[in-house]
Design a protein around this ligand. Sequence first.
Ligand code: CP3
Length: 341
Amino acid sequence: MDNLFLRALKCQSTERPPVWLMRQAGRYMPAYRALKERYSFLELCKNSELATEVTLLPIKQFAPDAAILFADILLILETFGFTLRFGEDQGPLIETHGLLNSLQTLKPISVGESLNYIQTTIKNLKEELSVPLIGFCGAPFTLATYILEGRSSQHFLETKKWLYHKPQEFHHILELLTEQTLDYLKLQIEGGVDALQIFDSWIGHFSYRDLEVYCFPYLKRIVEGLKKTGIPIILFGKGSSALIPEFIECNPQCIGVDALGNLPRIASEIPPSIAIQGNLDPDLLSAPLSLLEQEVFKLTQSMGHRPGFIFNLGHGIKPTASPLAVQKLIETVKNSSFALT
Ligand code: CP3
């Protein structure tokens, strides 16, 4: 497949930056909300026909240069025997059923058994898509916070308790998550994904000391563990703009930068062999279209000359975004051009 997105991941030059958007299928789309009237979020993820349909919604409406599998980073937690619920407007809730009290006996069931529907969705999508398909996972550190907090947290008090009082046990959880994630990503690769993105969403809330010990080594193991598959890996973290040297150290094909960072400056710190993805503020999708267009133009002008630049947001599209704004963003990037040879 000769595609701008895959070429950019290899840091080859492209006539314009490729563009796709995190959370490109979601509640900002009326068609998605209509499906949510009939099915729960988990049903949409687990029913491969529905997940295929949802993945394709933004592709048909906005024609970005890549699709991202419709699923969630938390589905893997079910393989550990935890229960996952998505309540309306309260985000994810994870019930661990006391299993963390006897960590030595905590053994996940195989991903093939529990997450087979993901592979079926990927296979369905590969038959339908003419753009590359991105698979994904949550990073062990971010997943561990969900297990320990039971939900999206503001202060991460439980996680910090484990970090400080039960470091060995915390490492044990990260070990299990790392091994299971490697299996999960291999299952996605066997299904046919063209690239993978690792989401480390909560690292911006922790100190360098915590991340050095509990986050980076596991990220590195995942990237290294997949190197010989040849599938490009995008490493994205909310907070990554402060951690570029550590992300480079993990050696992914691409670094996804959040909206806080000054992208041209960050790009100057990243070797030319690593692609860069980012980093428009998602809130601009609720701004006047003229302002959005101006900012998209500015970012493409400042970054578009760099082989290996992939246009994206600095974080996922919010439910409040306007579909017209998403269309305008993608059109504006697609109309930009550079004499890159
Ligand atoms: O990007 C995509 O379009 C692919 C699908 C995708 C979803 N979640 C769908 C989703 C991806 C890649 C994710 C990743 C994810 N999930 C992350 C990492 C990225 C990030 O946001 O930092 C995290 C932390 C989660 C966990 C999660 N799932 C949360 C915190 C929530 C609730 C917040 C919210 O936006 O509602 C979800 C639910 C979720 N995941 C929805 C979607 C479309 C909304 C569910 C609904 O329709 O009610």
